[in-house]
Design a protein. Sequence first.
Length: 192
Amino acid sequence: MFFAEVAQPGNARAWRAREVYPLGSSNLPLSVYLLNITNYFNRIHDSSFVTNDLEKQVKELNKRIRDLEKILSEALNPLREVGRTTQNYIKITSLVLEHGGLTPDMILPELKDNISREIVRVLLDKRDRNISEITELVKSKRGTASRRIIRERLKDLEEKNIVKKQMKGKIYVYNLTDKMIKKWSQMLGFNI
């Protein structure tokens, strides 16, 4: 039910002292009806303005929340990376404690030959070694090693796709294959 507010004519405080008539009352003039309807539509217009303003504020708040979530996500990325690195170091430490070191037989249990394992260990330490360097390093660790035996073992390791031979300058050098480096890094918890 709507009510019409009518000011008392001739009263200085006309707009403060109002009489309220039910909108269906027959003793109201037409101008009061029109005034009341105009006021009603003005209130509706004002409320839609408030609603639009609230919608704008909600949209702005949603945008700010998305921005804050993005900033928080970017701020947490380094912490996630530190967590992964810490897990990798813990894994390496447990491998060292469990096996007494990081040895090639951890990723290559199929290598039963000690000389072949030493060759892999030498190539893990440094890339691009020739047969003479590999022979000397294996000899220093094992006590004995000949170039002939090292050459045979390198050939076997090449056939098993563990070692690859490349020409560098005028000599051949040996490296672990990409497959072996990837396998080793995965065992350590690093993705290459």
